[in-house]
Write a protein that binds this ligand. Structure first.
Ligand SMILES: NC(=O)c1ccc[n+]([C@@H]2O[C@H](COP(=O)([O-])OP(=O)(O)OC[C@H]3O[C@@H](n4cnc5c(N)ncnc54)[C@H](OP(=O)(O)O)[C@@H]3O)[C@@H](O)[C@H]2O)c1
Length: 262
């Protein structure tokens, strides 16, 4: 081939390749990393430690916009390190819930995870302390009701319209064969009932509400002898959440993907 024809051939080849790949280059530069507005938003209560912190870590890594609540944000160093939005919230204090909701006014939230909880270890009926008992119901049952009610306007703005309540297997009446854990069991059984009632009420609006048992997990609550790491529990719960459909609203799951009897 002569020099001039070689040049022309090279020019044509480059032009052909450019026109072949241009649409992809264009598409790529526009698709880019999705903008913050495209990312779904999750709000997690009790996100400063334990399962809440791991939820925040995994959803942030998966590209979600995470809003994590803490009772003492100034001390929530691990949550701070994730560089997610932090909000102050004590789920048992209506004043705190009101301020928290006001700070989120107009913010769309796709998913709420009511995770914050406490576990007083009461084995026998004679050991029940009624102040502790009331506190357990205030945090584990009434807390998620307060937070859900306060955030409904935000959740209605969201696309996913998902409300997840972190329960326990200990809240299952069907599986209760041992007694023990007064207060905690009742608080989670009532949380399960709240989930079902809420699911019925909000189904026509397209909401998905579910309650999930995280397994026995190595956190301050679960203790060091628990058989699961937070990573495993949260990966399992995220997989359950991912698969939930509107027909499954008002259901009770284990982190491992099976439904739990009420
Ligand atoms: N770990 C398990 O084996 C296990 C098993 C079954 C169910 N669960 C459930 O999983 C959820 C998370 O448990 P976890 O193991 O992560 O417990 P955790 O390590 O004890 O952490 C509890 C979280 O809840 C927050 N919290 C407590 N009271 C609160 C209040 N009044 N307002 C706002 N936040 C409050 C704590 O905040 P502070 O740091 O300010 O106290 C902390 O962030 C709970 O609902 C629990 O019942 C856990």
């Amino acid at each position: 081939m002569k020099r001039s024809s070689k040049c022309r051939f090279r020019t044509i080849l480059i032009a052909a390749l450019a026109s072949l790949f241009a649409p992809f280059a264009f598409a790529d530069s526009h698709a880019g990393p999705s903008s913050a507005a495209d990312q779904p938003t999750v709000l997690i209560t009790g996100a400063n430690r334990g399962l809440g912190l791991e939820f925040a870590r995994q959803y942030a890594a998966a590209g979600w916009q995470v809003i994590g609540s803490a009772r003492k944000p100034e001390e929530a160093n691990e949550l701070k390190a994730l560089e997610v939005r932090m909000v102050q919230l004590d789920v048992a204090d209506q004043g705190s819930v009101d301020r928290f909701a006001a700070s989120l006014d107009g913010q769309s939230i796709d998913m709420l995870i009511n995770n914050a909880g406490i576990f007083p270890r009461v084995s026998r009926i004679e050991e029940v302390d009624f102040d502790d008992y009331s506190r357990t119901l205030a945090v584990n049952t009434i807390g998620p009701v307060r937070v859900t009610r306060a955030l409904l306007p935000n959740l209605r703005l969201g696309k996913k319209k998902t409300i997840i309540n972190i329960t326990s297997r200990l809240g299952s009446i069907g599986l209760n064969e041992s007694g023990l854990f007064y207060g905690y069991r009742e608080s989670k059984a009532a949380l399960n009932m709240f989930t079902k009632t809420l699911a019925n009420e909000l189904q026509s609006e397209g909401f998905i509400c579910a309650t999930i048992h995280p397994g026995w997990v190595q956190t301050d609550m679960g203790g060091p002898n628990a058989n699961l790491t937070p990573e495993t529990s949260i990966s399992g719960m995220r997989a359950v959440i991912d698969k939930l459909s509107i027909d499954e609203s008002g259901t009770y799951w284990s982190y491992s993907g099976e439904q739990v009897p009420w």
